[in-house]
Design a protein around this ligand. Structure first.
Ligand SMILES: NC(=O)c1ccc[n+]([C@@H]2O[C@H](COP(=O)([O-])OP(=O)(O)OC[C@H]3O[C@@H](n4cnc5c(N)ncnc54)[C@H](O)[C@@H]3O)[C@@H](O)[C@H]2O)c1
Length: 251
């Protein structure tokens, strides 16, 4: 089987719902044992239940990616329970215009920027720092950071701080990739376009028309590229930002 992740241990952050839950489910379906992180333990538990119901292995790992000490303690706990972490998917993030108060930069204040940078950049750095040395020692690692088109291009929809955090994450991945390429560790970003929202989040209604493929993204669309990037077969793909957005050309 290609893209076989049997025997691998994965951590997926922010995987209690949405895109992250889809990524966790697909990594587990390929055989990885998955530590499902979320701020909210009950959300993470729901994803774990969905995975274990299909006979795959998953555990809850609730922590805040912006808290470095909590991250390092949680990763140590995951490694005690599942073994060394082979795959890290940095998915936790606060959304763009749809989730924050969309506002032009000139109308925002530092507290608003800090929230966006904390989770979308520091959160990524915290989790990478917690796993990178072990990956280098074992000469194998796969790091994927879920980014956004807003990190690659300028948009006039009031998401400048979010774009700064996501763009920072992309730059960080490129450096991590080069620093650790000879140690068998890859680091890539997956920049998403508009995803279909669950529940009350209807702000994207009608936006399908702006997407060449004609539909919003689904969690499984993102899970599939993460499975590939996490696989042995993707050893020569590193330092890249891969746009997964239904055909909108962003670079
Ligand atoms: N939804 C979109 O249209 C879209 C577009 C581009 C990029 N993205 C990116 O995709 C990723 C997932 O998006 P989504 O729409 O599924 O988000 P979501 O808000 O539906 O889910 C994110 C999950 O992350 C958790 N989380 C938030 N902050 C956290 C923290 N500090 N520590 C741990 N967990 C935390 C939340 O509790 C939540 O369960 C994010 O990085 C987002 O920026 C989403």
């Amino acid at each position: 089987m290609i893209f076989d992740l049997a025997g691998r241990v994965a951590v997926v952050t922010g995987a209690g719902q949405g895109v992250g839950a889809g990524i966790a489910r697909m990594l587990a379906a390929q055989g990885a044992a998955v530590a499902v992180n979320d701020l909210l333990a009950e959300r993470a538990q729901a994803t774990v239940d969905a995975i274990t119901a299909k006979g795959a292995k998953a555990i809850v790992s609730a922590f805040d990616v912006t808290d470095y000490n909590a991250v390092t303690a949680a990763i140590a706990d995951v490694e005690r329970q599942l073994g060394p972490v082979d795959i890290l998917v940095n998915n936790a993030g606060n959304g763009g215009a749809e989730r924050m108060r969309p506002a032009q930069f000139r109308d925002t204040d530092p507290a608003e920027w800090r929230g966006a940078i904390d989770v979308n950049l520091y959160g990524v750095m915290n989790c990478c720092r917690a796993v990178i040395n072990g990956m280098c020692e074992r000469q194998h690692g796969r790091i994927v950071t879920i980014s956004s088109g807003a990190g690659s291009v300028g948009l006039n929809i009031g998401v400048s701080a979010y774009g700064g955090g996501k763009g920072g994450g992309q730059g960080f991945m490129r450096h991590l990739a080069v620093e650790n390429a000879r140690q068998g560790v890859t680091a890539n970003s997956v920049a998403l376009g508009l995803m279909r929202f669950e529940g009350e989040r209807t702000v994207t209604a009608g936006l399908e028309r702006t997407i060449p493929v004609g539909r919003l993204g689904e969690p499984d669309d993102v899970g599939a590229i993460c499975v590939y990037l996490a696989s042995d077969e993707a050893a020569w793909v590193t330092g890249q930002t891969i746009h997964v957005n239904g055909g909108n050309v962003t670079s």
